[in-house]
Design a protein around this ligand. Structure first.
Ligand SMILES: [Fe+2]
Ligand SMILES: [Fe+2]
Length: 325
């Protein structure tokens, strides 16, 4: 066996059955499963900038499970095998790699499938054209200048849904467009719906880092993104004098109640129509992303997915929505 290498030498997109692998990957997901004889194995998802690949750990399962964490980068050695027509890696050794330089760490993040700068610009324009309140228009500008850079590249979540560069932007953009439709349909306060949708998950930029690895920050682990979003929102408000008190309080309420229930991390439940609507579209957008991503990841284009703990079910594999590439 060659010495473990700490440079990226092989890429997922080039891996073929039968090939030996020894290079760096980010672990995205770790699932413990059972073989037919009842003993355990680990099913991993590995990632680099060219895509994702499944991998299995058959031996020293307990020891390996304790030593690895999703989001971190490891040197993996093993062999590529074919399973249901797709390559996967059977891992022989796995070892924590030193944190890469930030420039290299982009090798381990899946790039957004869209131009993040263009999408962010379009999102800001969409909100700006619809806002009536002049102070909220200023708040939008301050948000864009202060947080736009980090916001447009950030992940939507560490692993469950939108866990990729531009994921937070994708989720927020979708939410803002839904918020505009729902606000018109139910004659809700459109300014509050638009800004609530835009800022509800802002705290995710402080909750976890994505480079060099996807991992919770101390603030993220101790406060969570709802509290961080509220703090960041309050900070933005301090920089825009004259935001009407009732609008500021209403937006604070939308942020803190967007998870809908106290057991899902919201310190308060939705108590206005706008807060209820924002929670409902947040649920809609995140759940549908889980469905979509599970179909995209599926080994075959029919049948059912693996069990998805976040939604407590297997889902039916479906074709991508019409018009999607
Ligand atoms: Fe959230
Ligand atoms: Fe959200």
């Amino acid at each position: 066996m060659t010495l473990f290498q700490h440079v990226k030498t092989q890429w997922i997109t080039d891996l073929r059955s039968g090939q030996a692998v020894e290079t760096l990957f980010r672990i995205v997901e770790i699932n413990r499963r059972q073989k037919k004889d009842g003993s355990a194995f680990l099913a991993l998802t590995l990632m680099d900038r060219t895509g994702k690949i499944d991998a299995k750990v058959w031996d020293q399962v307990e020891q390996t499970e304790k030593a690895i964490q999703p989001g971190e980068i490891y040197t993996v050695s093993g062999t590529v095998r074919e399973y249901h027509g797709r390559p996967e890696i059977h891992i022989q050794r796995i070892q924590r790699a030193p944190d890469p330089a930030v420039s290299e760490s982009r090798d381990f993040s899946e790039n957004a499938a869209f131009d993040v700068d263009a999408r962010f610009g379009a999102l800001i324009a969409f909100v700006s054209e619809r806002l009536k309140n002049p102070e909220l228009i200023q708040l939008l500008e301050v948000f864009s200048l202060s947080h736009g850079e980090a916001f447009r590249r950030h992940y939507g979540a560490q692993k469950i849904h939108h866990a990729r560069i531009g994921g937070l932007l994708e989720h927020t953009d979708s939410m803002v467009r839904l918020a505009a439709i729902v606000a018109d349909h139910y004659k809700l306060d459109r300014d509050v719906m638009l800004m609530g949708a835009l800022l509800h998950d802002l705290g995710k930029v402080g909750e976890f880092s994505t480079e060099p690895a996807v991992r919770a920050t101390p603030e993220g682990g101790l406060l969570g993104h709802i509290v961080i979003s509220l703090e960041m929102f309050n900070d933005l408000c301090r920089r825009v004098p004259g935001i009407p008190e009732d609008i500021r309080l209403h937006l604070q309420h939308l942020i803190v109640s967007h998870h809908g229930e106290r057991e899902f991390g919201s310190p308060e439940v939705p108590k206005t129509r706008e807060a209820m609507a924002l929670h409902a579209i947040d649920l809609l957008d995140s759940k549908l992303a889980i469905f979509l991503e599970a179909s995209q990841r599926a080994v075959s284009n029919q049948g059912f997915s693996d069990y998805i703990p976040a939604i407590s079910r297997r889902i039916m594999i479906q074709n991508p929505p019409e018009g999607d590439d």
